[in-house]
Design a protein around this ligand. Structure first.
Ligand code: FDM
Ligand code: MG
Length: 214
């Protein structure tokens, strides 16, 4: 059976990522590709609840401890994702290991350390990184109240995402990371994303799923 594709959307806060993942899943299904959304962190699991409490600042955790919990939250879902892919279902992930690296490295954790716990996870067939200027982000209104939702953190995270992009290209090839401008209208951004995804879903059908950082 042709497999599904693993499509990841990454991006800074206010890039419209949540709107776009919803539209992408709807579009895939409408065009006859079965597709399912998977949000990371997945706040519904036991580990996800610990992460949720941390993000709401209801609890504090050591930087390495929370980094590993975010990774564990992906590992506890990887079998379900791989099963979907094998069953021909395309998985659209709202964030993935790349957010894990960018947000933790932005706090000062060693970049190579940040990569390591996610080694061996299913490799995204493509990652669409929604980019947004700080000016446009500011125009889109105030940040939320969660941890990391402030200008200084977002700046630092942006710089780390640039390093992540290079690392993905170096280890897995240029085609795995695609920058998409999020400056345009919802429809414009949706069209740009679809242009990439439509192609990837067809192309990977008969290819094995890769392993992240391997
Ligand atoms: N985040 C997300 C991390 O710090 N590490 C991770 O591995 C992941 C997946 O959690 F600020 C951060 C990024 C963001 C927060 O994400 C929650 P959402 O998409 O805003 O719910
Ligand atoms: Mg958020």
């Amino acid at each position: 059976m042709p497999r599904g594709a693993l499509i990841v959307l990454e991006g800074l806060d206010r890039s419209g990522k949540s709107t776009q993942v919803d539209r992408l899943v709807a579009r895939l299904n409408a065009e006859g590709h079965r597709a399912r959304l998977h949000k990371f962190p997945d706040r519904t699991t036991a580990i996800g609840k610990m992460i949720d409490a941390y993000l709401r600042s209801a609890t504090d955790l050591d930087d390495r401890a929370i980094h590993l919990l975010f990774s564990a939250n992906r590992w506890e879902c990887h079998a379900a994702i791989e099963k979907d892919l094998a069953d021909g279902i395309t998985v659209v992930a709202d964030r993935y290991a790349f957010s894990g690296i960018a947000f933790s490295a932005a706090k000062g954790l060693d970049f190579t350390y940040c990569l390591s716990p996610d080694t061996g996870l299913p490799l995204p067939d493509t990652t669409l990184y929604l980019t947004l200027s700080p000016e446009t982000a500011a125009q889109r209104g105030a940040y939320g109240a969660e941890r990391y939702e402030n200008v200084d953190t977002q700046k630092a995270v942006r710089a780390q995402f640039a390093k992540v992009a290079k690392e993905v290209a170096r280890r897995h090839g240029d085609a795995r990371w695609v920058e998409v401008s999020a400056e345009g209208s919802v429809e414009e951004v949706e069209r740009d994303i679809w242009g990439v995804v439509e192609d990837v879903v067809r192309r990977v059908k008969d290819e094995p799923v890769g392993r992240l950082w391997e």
